[in-house]
Design a protein around this ligand. Structure first.
Ligand code: ADP
Ligand code: TRP
Length: 329
């Protein structure tokens, strides 16, 4: 059986990029594989969140996992910092991670550009901690969005390097995985390439119906097609991509057809996307609010998940210690 591990950082509420790029795949995979899903709160520390808000952020993401359909009966759901073994594996893997490689990682270069005042070592070694998250359970598949591909490549590199350095076949090489097709990149509604938390162009799983409608109706468009069968510009193609995620294939092809023969009306196009988005999000939002208010349930899920996750983590860490020659006196 495949072993699946993935996580999302607890830096705010989850948006549709997180949902379609990651969470929806978590939910689909939990029926067929041995799955562990966690909330990456250690990773969120790289950008120094307010300590008084950290726990609330973790609780929000945990209720979003559960509200969207992750089941603690089917999957192991836990908080990264509840499994301290990952910090030890991170330390041990750091010995095999070269600075040059880390400095060339695109996510690191982006962060250096975005906040040059906070280029800390945690940020540089972010991919090593991510590799530790995955390798500690010796996972084979990692459901993530397209932006995480490079991190997965680095994880495979560390697994290979470790195996070859010590002459073992210990770590499998995990692959980035999307259920049934290519890795997903959900565009923003502002004509930009990617929906993201930091870019402020997101539709969130907890947004009200009115907020969703307002955000979609404000999406960037243009003057409309003037030539038959022309290729839509990026902002319009982005809306088609979003429609392909929330609407039926029939509706998508109807609007594709209307674009091709220049009869499309952007007002109707956006209204359709907004209504289908509301239909997707509203039931999830209601369940999120329901679980979020149940403190006892949330803490039981986290405690149970941590206990299960630590079993597989402890086995890996003690094997790695032995392979690297660390012995108890
Ligand atoms: P953000 O970019 O908003 O900070 P994260 O980097 O925390 O989001 O991403 C969490 C997960 O959601 C990752 O698996 C990532 O690949 C996925 N993800 C985030 N944004 C998108 C997007 N626009 N399209 C597809 N997947 C995404
Ligand atoms: N880096 C991932 C992100 O930004 C979050 C993450 C941390 C992760 N550790 C992981 C994803 C391990 C998959 C597996 O979304």
């Amino acid at each position: 059986m495949e072993k699946v591990v993935s996580g999302i950082r607890s830096t705010g509420n989850l948006h549709l990029g997180n949902y379609f790029g990651a969470l929806k795949n978590f939910i689909k995979m939990q029926d067929d594989a041995d799955c562990l899903f966690f909330i990456a709160d250690y990773h969120s520390l790289t950008t120094h969140p307010d300590p008084t808000q950290l726990n609330g952020n973790v609780r929000n993401v945990l209720s979003e996992y559960l509200g969207a359909g992750l089941s603690p009966e089917k999957s192991t759901i836990f908080i990264q910092s509840d499994m301290p073994e990952v910090a030890e594996l991170y330390l041990l893997l750091n010995m095999h991670a070269y600075i040059g490689e880390l400095e060339r990682t695109s996510s690191f270069k982006d962060k250096v550009r975005q906040h040059s005042e906070n280029v800390n070592a945690g940020l540089l070694t972010y991919p090593v901690l991510m590799a530790a998250d995955i390798l500690i359970h010796r996972a084979t598949q990692v459901p993530v969005g397209k932006d995480q591909e490079q991190h997965l490549e680095m994880t495979r590199q560390y697994a290979r390097r470790f195996n070859s350095k010590y002459g073992v076949e210990f770590f499998p090489e995990p692959v980035a995985y999307n259920f049934g097709s290519e890795l997903v990149k959900v565009p923003g509604l502002d004509g930009s390439g990617k929906m993201g938390k930091s870019t402020g162009n997101g539709v969130y799983l907890v947004d009200s119906d009115a907020d969703i409608r307002k955000k979609v109706m404000k999406a960037v468009t243009d003057g409309g097609p003037t030539e038959k069968n022309s290729t839509p510009p990026e902002a319009i193609e982005n809306l088609f991509t979003i429609m392909s995620l929330v609407s039926t294939p029939e509706i998508l092809s109807q609007f594709r057809g209307a674009y091709a023969d220049c009869s499309i009306r952007y007002g109707d196009f956006k209204k359709q996307i907004a209504e289908d988005m509301v239909t997707t999000v509203a039931p999830i939002r209601e369940r999120i609010f329901e679980v979020r208010s149940n403190e006892k349930y949330l803490s039981e899920v986290a405690a149970h998940g941590a206990q299960k996750a630590r079993q597989s983590a402890q086995a890996t860490v003690s094997a790695v210690r032995e392979i690297m020659g660390i012995k108890r006196f």
